[in-house]
Design a protein around this ligand. Sequence first.
Ligand code: NSS
Length: 437
Amino acid sequence: MQVVSSKEALSLPDGETVIVRGWVYRKREFKDKIFVLLRDREGIIQLVFPQQIPESQIARKLNIESSLIVEGMVKSDVRAPGGKEIHVSKVLWYFIGEPFPINEYAAQADSEYLLDVRHLWIRSRKMWAILRVRHTVFEAIHEYFRSKGFYEVHCPIFVSSAVEGGATLFKVRYFDREDVYLTQSAQFYLEALIFSLERVYTIAPSFRAEPSRTRRHLTEFWHAEAEMAWAGMRDVMRVSEELITHVVRKVLEDRLEELSLLKRNLEKLELVKPPFPRVSYDEAISMLNSMGLDIKWGADLGADEERALTQKFDTPIHLYGFPSVAKAFYHKDYPEDREKPLWERRTLSVDVLAPEGYGEIVGGGERIEDPEELRRKIREFGLKEEDYQWYIDLRKYGSVPHAGFGLGVDRLVMWICGLDHIRDSLPFPRDIRRVRP
Ligand code: NSS
């Protein structure tokens, strides 16, 4: 006899005898039978235990989340979820769980409690759906990059210099050294790797000591980063919009059931297609000022500004040309700004903002390829050349124009699933207060 998943069982003809296994999702007892909704990796199937069989004694004792393996016959019934149920003839194995500490009331009431019992809450239908979407998002990212000739590479997590500024560096105790941190981004290593492989990507955790708890910041997040030789800011726009579109399409194809369980508005996702509207930073500032937001040229955009901007568009947008002072030192300045003072220059940088108020999901742009220009920018930013010695070295031996970007995968999942908070986009989120479970 074959073991089948709930989904396979639902596709079998009546009269077929099968074995299914899983966990008790819901249970209802009647005079003549007991209904058990059994959940497994693929979904839910209804089990029927007639009261007259001895196995119904076991069914009576099953608490929510108890586990079992049963044998039974597939039978159609319009009242069963999915239109079929299994009439149990034998219980082959069971484990009576203790009363489950998450009831429906807790599931709706208290998100801090749900984070405390996260190791159990990941069994919920909501997390099941999100985790399956997340799985497909990672699959689609790999699929896109590999189909476009990018090589997958792996970079260190222990590093000794800041990519995105010293303020959010996590220091690590590393034997007797004082200068070791957790990586904020694989970018500098990817830049080194393009001189060997030309187009590279990696998906890995990045770490930021984010001082506040917000809806879109984690201290440990998953970063999909790409770097390309012989490329500029426009290539970053093209590749990032193709990548995002590919991921959204794949999720729409493979994860409709999960998205509808999450009550996601699919029409919004169906609008995602290239090219995304391109908005310059200068235009964004005038738009924001005309909307009554008081933001001055030179400032980086915060969550409020991004929310206001994205509400003007139905699809993701490219926001490009940020001021040099608002972006990290490695960004290449507009060639026509080169003689201007630092605070008047713009960079060949681009962010992708997701619609519906979600905001930034990608940051990237063109890098400085000239060693002298890079040294000047490092000095202007008050940084020390010796901290970036190997990074400067890359420019000395056959430098090439190059560009790349980083996509926050958890933020992408958050937007695709329509979640209120980034912490629900992954199973075990890390923020300023939480490192367990
Ligand atoms: O800081 S970024 O904007 N850019 C970089 O790290 C570049 N060095 C990437 C590159 O060019 N290779 O971060 C990129 C994205 C950003 O748009 C977010 O989507 C995500 O990484 N990100 C985060 N997600 C969750 N939590 C936190 N704290 C976070 N910080 C960045």
